[in-house]
Write a protein that binds this ligand. Structure first.
Ligand code: FES
Length: 257
């Protein structure tokens, strides 16, 4: 791929980003500490523009759902993104910042290199920055016995899970979060299971507040639970903020926090 001029050095002050189009493709050109970095302006989460969000050091935060990326490598640093954003080679020739698409390897070039530095002399990029509800009523207190004497169970109360709970959790291992490609159990989204004489209540979290797959996941959770317990199932979304620390094994995400 050939280099294409996208801006003048002075057009992109330190700590700023400029969106450019290269061969019909939107890219974000960042200036961090006087060096330039180029990443697709396409978020790997939902395909939206990513570079309009806040830039902090080498981290850009997508304005849509808050995923963060390392602009040097394109690696995701937080959910809901799990895939990298493509990065591209950049060089400075004279006072022109030039970008070559499709190299798949971001390189930084200092703005002091205006003397006609070739792409091959691009400097090494730094290492990537590793990036309860109050009971609704006495019949639904998650942590007590209901007046009918049917035990309720909460996975977080330290009590050994019942056979019912084990069976339901096992079934829920087949319910995937399609955004992340892990099950609701692996993600630690299923926080509480309550077994009432006439119904089952599942209280779960979402990885992001406005997860577009929430309705489908709730339906899948409901159906999987009813496949084990032949009673109506109610699925309730908890308002609590999810974090990878709630996962039984956060390393399944493939990146660290
Ligand atoms: S589109 Fe970027 S985090 Fe969702």
């Amino acid at each position: 791929m050939s280099f294409v001029p996208v801006a003048k050095v002075g057009d992109i002050p330190e700590g700023q980003v400029r969106i450019a189009w290269v061969e019909g493709h939107p890219v974000a050109v960042f200036n961090v500490g006087g060096a330039f970095y180029v990443m697709d302006d396409v978020c790997s989460h939902d395909g939206g523009p990513v570079a309009e969000g806040p830039l902090e050091g080498f981290e850009i935060e997508c304005p849509r759902h808050g995923a963060r990326f390392d602009i040097r490598s394109g690696k995701p640093l937080s959910l809901p993104a799990t895939a990298p954003v493509a990065v591209h080679r950049v060089r400075v020739v004279g006072d022109a910042v030039e970008v070559a698409l499709g190299v798949g390897d971001s390189s930084a070039v200092g703005s002091g290199d205006e003397g006609g530095v070739s792409s091959g002399s691009a400097s090494e990029s730094p290492s990537p920055v590793s990036p309860d509800e109050t009971p609704r009523n006495e019949n639904e207190n998650p942590n007590t016995q209901n007046p009918n004497g049917s035990a309720t169970a909460s996975p977080s109360d330290g009590v050994a899970p019942s056979q019912q709970e084990i069976a339901v959790r096992s079934a829920l291992e087949g319910v995937m979060d399609p955004e992340i490609g892990l099950s609701v159990i692996d993600l630690g989204l299923i926080r509480e299971l309550h077994f009432f004489p006439d119904r089952t209540l599942v209280r779960m979290m979402l990885t992001t507040p406005f997860c577009p797959y929430a309705p489908q996941m709730m339906e899948d959770v409901k159906n999987a639970t009813m496949g084990v317990i032949a009673l109506p199932t109610e699925v309730e979304i908890m308002p609590d903020a999810w974090s990878p620390q709630l996962m039984p094994d956060p390393s399944l995400l493939g990146f660290s926090y």
